[in-house]
Design a protein around this ligand. Structure first.
Ligand code: NAP
Ligand code: HSE
Length: 441
């Protein structure tokens, strides 16, 4: 029997605890897959005083990364600390001291991926990051390996479990936004700073990571236009439902004329389509490849054990040597990358608008006139009587048009004397089609 592989676990929070539990609780099964046993040799935390209740002796836990990085018996480190620092310094320290790194930290990969990947390759080490996008869904392996024969046309998905949990609880139970965000934090879905979950940052991190694998470009995540779910209220959800839609935070990257259109935003998705039926902390990813057509992945995108499942699979891949091969292969992709060009690339879409207007003659003509001047055509509209004489929501569904046309129209509408308050604008994604694979003669 081979010697056991000794692993260091950096961070014993939601994910790190799950990884230790899985490595210990499924040890026999994991040994069969890895060809040798994998033991947690040491762990590192911030606060040694916290009760842990883990199958790991206390004397194996320290607050000093060097207990792992300087231990030559440890060959693989699972870096499960969130944020950029000290995570980046820890990753560098681990790589420079000969460890292969597995991480779930998407902020780190999205922000410092190019630098860390370069360093790892120079040092002959690997970085595996399946858990950094869509939790338990094996989407990194799917795009990076299984779909390698395809030109990927688009990636569209729900990539943040916390915001999906919030939106679906608000919609199904009429739950209050703040209360349901607290529930997501208690369940271990949310980031240490949950603002990143609800403002679209976390989804943008994941979209940047997946786009690197799919399109061979490192798009700076901060350049991805993004809107969060903070402004979504029960009123918007009720109008969406009336029209046959649900609201989801959707991340999209698509090839448009050889460039990339990318966006993270709440969107109306048609009831009955896979994105609309994705509830709770589930994530969903739809990928269109030129040879394979459309694929759809669905599974838990956040939470302890689904994420641990991805981290431990990466540890096994590292132990058997697969991670080193695939990691080198993504380096070839980098070398062939076209420049990332996302600025100004637009995908024409339908839009849902909610405009608070005065209930008086000429309002409809004014609003439709402004939309018309910007080339935005109205598909349908709803306006109820005010009853009180106060402002009323005018709800409009547009035909397909470039987002910039709607933005310009709304800027002008916002200055109109008949408008009282801020306008809401959400893309409408009802173009769910099977996407046939390319037909060869
Ligand atoms: P968490 O519950 O907040 O745990 C973070 C762990 O890191 C804690 O054990 C903490 O120590 C430790 N830590 C923080 N700063 C440290 C420092 N300076 N030195 C040593 N240890 C330090 O976070 P998590 O939810 O497990 O997430 C970990 C990573 O996985 C994040 O990058 C997150 O984005 C990512 N992720 C999370 C999920 C999920 O569902 N939670 C899913 C996918 C990816 P103490 O315990 O002493 O505080
Ligand atoms: N906070 C993240 C989410 C964890 O809710 O999706 C998984 O990456």
């Amino acid at each position: 029997m081979n010697e056991p592989v000794r692993v260091g676990v950096v961070g014993l929070g939601t994910v790190g605890s799950g990884v230790v539990r899985l490595l210990v609780g499924s040890a026999d099964h994991i040994t069969r897959h890895a060809g040798r046993s994998i033991v947690v040799e040491k762990a590192v935390v911030r606060d040694l005083g916290k009760p842990r209740n883990l199958p790991l002796a206390e004397d194996r836990i320290s607050a000093d990364i060097r207990t792992i990085s300087r231990d030559e018996s440890i060959t693989v480190a699972a870096l499960l600390v969130g944020g950029l620092e000290p995570a980046r310094s820890m990753a560098i320290d681990l790589l420079e001291h000969g460890k292969d790194v597995v991480t779930a930290n998407k902020a780190l990969i999205a922000e410092h991926g190019p630098e860390l990947f370069d360093l790892a390759r120079r040092l002959g080490r690997s970085i595996a990051f399946e858990a950094a996008a869509a939790g338990g869904i094996p989407i990194v392996a799917a795009i990076g390996q299984c779909l390698a024969a395809n030109q990927i046309e688009s990636i569209r998905g729900i990539l943040n479990g916390t915001s999906n949990f919030i939106l679906s609880k608000m919609e199904e139970e009429g739950a209050d936004y703040a209360a349901v965000l607290r529930a997501a934090q208690e369940a271990g879905y949310a980031e240490a700073d949950p603002a990143m979950d609800v403002d679209g940052t976390d989804a943008a991190h994941k979209l940047a990571i997946l786009s690197h694998l799919a399109f061979g470009v490192w798009v700076p995540w901060a350049d991805i236009p993004r809107t969060g779910i903070e402004q979504i209220d029960q009123g918007l959800m009720a109008y969406a439902a009336k029209l046959g839609y649900r609201i989801r935070l959707v991340a999209t990257a698509a090839r448009v004329d050889g460039r990339l259109a990318m966006r993270v935003s709440p969107a109306l998705v048609k009831v009955g389509t896979p994105l609309a039926e994705t509830r709770g902390a589930y994530n969903a990813v739809s990928i269109v490849g030129d040879a394979v057509g459309r694929l759809f992945f669905h599974g838990l995108g956040a939470g302890q054990m689904p994420t641990a499942s991805a981290v431990v699979a990466d540890i096994i891949d590292t132990v058997v040597g697969r991670a080193a091969i695939t990691f080198q292969a993504t380096g070839i992709l980098d070398a062939e990358s076209p420049a990332a060009r996302i600025a100004g690339v637009e995908m024409p879409q339908r839009h849902f608008l909610r405009i608070p207007v005065l209930d008086r003659p000429g309002v409809m003509a004014e609003i439709s006139g402004i939309l018309g001047r910007h080339g935005v055509s109205i598909a349908s509209l709803i306006q109820h009587e005010s009853g009180t004489g106060g402002p009323v929501p005018l709800v409009i569904m547009t035909h397909h048009c470039p987002p910039s046309a709607v933005e310009k129209a709304l800027a002008e509408i916002g200055r109109s004397a008949v408008v009282r308050g801020g306008c809401d604008c959400l893309p409408v994604l009802d173009d769910w089609r099977p996407a046939e694979p390319r037909q060869e003669a």
